[in-house]
Design a binder for this molecule. Sequence first.
Ligand SMILES: [Zn+2]
Length: 163
Amino acid sequence: MSVDGEGDDAHVADKMTPEQRSANMRAVRSKNTAPELAVRRLIHGLGYRYRLHRKNLPGRPDVVFGPKRKVIFVHGCFWHGHEDARCRGGGRPKSNVAFWDAKLTRNKERDAEREAALIALGWSVLTVWECETVEPLKLKERLVQFLEGRPDGDQSPMQKYRR
Ligand SMILES: [Zn+2]
């Protein structure tokens, strides 16, 4: 959570339902979320070995394949602003519009910066979206494609947010 947004966060938190607040807390912690666990289960089932949240890498990627120099981020559609016509979770709130726009845009920029930093260090980055975990077969294919693909083949849609 960024320091500059804290006053606003407290203000908005007052208006949140308990569910929203706990979703907010989960997003802030952003480790071991349900979608992340689903992705890890799939990867484990495919027989790959990985490490979690390596602190010495930019953005502490959720899943790290050291020898392959590949990382996976599992992103919540709301907090990371999934832009996909089929995604129902990526929309922005209709109230407190300025606050949410600023906050969610900042999240996206941060994601893009982390990804760019990892790529600059020679890592390949895959972003898996929360909504993809409802189709495990399709997601499995995507994971295998990423993990078996060329080490320098970046397939992440986040690329378009690079500046
Ligand atoms: Zn989504």
